[in-house]
Design a protein around this ligand. Structure first.
Ligand code: XMP
Length: 186
């Protein structure tokens, strides 16, 4: 049986590009205040957070903060619009974490499994301290008790695309955040 794929609600941005930039600037104020001029490792979880991380570290740079950027890719198993049972590392960090202060950057905090697993892994590898930063937070879906230190927007339980977030690797390029809606009835 073939099913019609969901489609994005392109007519109605949940958050516009301007709203996103404004919020990221506010988050950068907070983060720069907390880290001061001390160097820290900013770890962007691929692929969903790459646009958010790029904008955030440039806002941090404007505030004289000293992030050093690295990336990690995690694999997950589950359906395309719902999380996931287990997580493993698909591509590794390139920089050592031992003894470093770390800011984990992710696109969205959903069940909490990704952030929880990543934080645990980095503490095991000897990170000095770890803070977490997400653009979006869906608290209704949480199955692991974790909250982000910095969060952009709290949202309802809807599937989001755009600004790095995808459905089947599509829509990451959209400059705004919108929802994925079921197709209209014929
Ligand atoms: P967990 O459940 O581990 O999920 O907190 C975090 C990861 O799940 C993906 N995710 C989404 N991706 N739209 C997306 O494009 C969504 O609404 C969504 N919810 C969860 C995402 O990869 C995130 O890093």
């Amino acid at each position: 049986m073939t099913t019609t794929p969901p489609h994005p609600d392109l007519s109605c941005a949940l958050y516009s590009a301007d709203q996103i930039q404004k919020r990221i600037n506010e988050m950068a104020d907070e983060i720069a205040r907390d880290y001061g001029h001390e160097e820290f490792l900013a770890i962007s979880i691929m692929k969903g957070s790459f646009i958010f991380a790029a904008d955030l570290i440039r806002c941090l740079s404007a505030r004289k903060a000293q992030p050093v950027l690295d990336f990690i890719t995690l694999s997950s198993y589950g359906s395309e619009t719902s999380s996931r049972g287990s997580i493993s590392v698909l591509t590794e960090l390139t920089l050592p974490v031992t003894g470093h202060r770390i800011l984990i950057i992710d696109d969205i905090l959903d069940t909490g499994l990704t952030l929880h697993t990543t934080r645990h892994l980095l503490y095991e590898r000897g990170a000095k301290d770890i803070r977490t930063c997400v653009l979006l937070d869906k608290p209704a879906r949480r199955s692991v008790p974790i909250e982000a230190n910095y969060r952009g927007f709290q949202i309802k339980n809807v599937f989001i695309i755009g600004y790095g977030l995808d459905y089947n690797n599509r829509y990451r390029h959209l400059p705004y955040l919108t929802t994925l809606t079921p197709p209209p009835s014929p």
